[in-house]
Write a protein of this length. Structure first.
Length: 74
């Protein structure tokens, strides 16, 4: 898959799921840090075989332990 297609796929998921383009985080290193955290969450869900990132986020939001289990911490 070409690099541009990967970037477009990641950006599309971040924008539609997190409304990243509407984010008010705009100064210093915060935008880069938030993008990295969003990429981490998306990557972890994809490694856990989640096909619908938004549904995976909702599922993991309901119970804090689910995220830890998915990451192999618990």
């Amino acid at each position: 898959m070409p690099l541009l297609a990967i970037e477009n796929k990641i950006h599309h998921v971040r924008d539609t799921t997190y409304a990243e383009d509407a984010s008010r985080v705009r100064t210093g290193t915060a935008p880069g840090a938030m993008a990295s955290l969003r990429n981490l969450a998306i990557g972890a869900l994809r490694l856990a075989n989640q096909t619908n990132i938004a549904a995976g986020l909702r599922h993991h939001t309901r119970d804090a332990n689910r995220s830890l289990i998915t990451l192999g911490i618990m």
